[in-house]
Write a protein that binds this ligand. Structure first.
Ligand code: SAM
Length: 217
């Protein structure tokens, strides 16, 4: 199955993390795109210049691409040495993408998405800047999650030290963590906020929790 890459950053990360999966790179103005690559990703200029062809893109960078989806790695659902992120029914593809981006940056073992949103929808891949290619990203059911589950919730107990192999659940934009995942959680944990602030954006909350883990580790 293929995935559409919208924009230079999505193409860049696909080329960097999974070059063999990239099928097509196009740009409205190939020489301008190569100049952009020289500026933003000098490590990729040779491969980018070799592969880019003239073609349509409605992204502001004028760059687009197509790649194969990586083979699905479901082993992270049961075995891992860093947190597995679970996005519980995210509604906004941009939020899901931003969460995948920070999961890749902070060193999470993977991201599992519970709910109807396709984790590989082009808008999610655009939101992650193509960092889907840097770690396993998959759809999963609650019953498939193995290991200690911590649910992030503004009304939970103080976060404390995040274990390496934890399943870290982030709730959806409006409804928060579902009753099913809340029941599965051994801890419900919160990030402190200034009085009067009701909640953080889901990717922001995830970022704080993952970096609390990473900076301690
Ligand atoms: C926009 S919030 C959801 C707000 C929702 N109205 C609720 O009642 O939970 C999205 C998700 O971000 C996480 N989150 C937001 N603020 C948080 C905080 N202060 N501590 C821990 N998690 C937080 C939670 O996982 C939450 O479900």
């Amino acid at each position: 199955m293929t995935v559409t890459l919208e924009g230079f950053h999505a193409v860049k990360h696909a080329l960097r993390f999974a070059p063999s999966l990239v099928r097509r790179v196009t740009a409205v103005d190939p020489s301008a795109a190569v100049a952009l690559c020289e500026q933003l990703a000098p490590d990729l200029v040779t491969v980018f210049a070799m592969r880019v062809a003239e073609g349509l893109s409605d992204h502001p960078t004028g760059v687009a691409g197509v790649a194969e989806r990586p083979a699905e790695d479901r082993s992270v659902l049961s075995r891992r040495t860093s947190p597995l992120v679970v996005l519980d029914d995210p509604r906004h593809p941009g939020n899901a993408g931003a969460a995948i981006r920070v999961a890749a940056a902070a060193g999470a073992s993977g991201v599992a998405l519970v709910g109807p949103l396709d984790p590989w929808h082009p808008a999610v891949v655009r939101g992650s800047a193509g960092l889907h290619f840097a770690l396993p990203v998959l759809a999963a059911g609650v019953q498939e999650l193995d290991g200690p589950v911590w649910a992030l919730d503004a009304d939970g107990d103080p976060l404390g030290q995040v274990p390496d192999g934890v399943v870290l659940v982030v709730g959806s934009e409006r409804a928060g963590v579902s009753p099913e995942l809340r029941a599965r959680a051994e801890r419900v944990v919160s990030l402190p906020m200034t009085p009067g602030v009701s909640s953080l954006n889901l990717a922001t909350a995830l970022s704080a929790a993952l970096y609390a883990w990473r900076l301690r580790a």
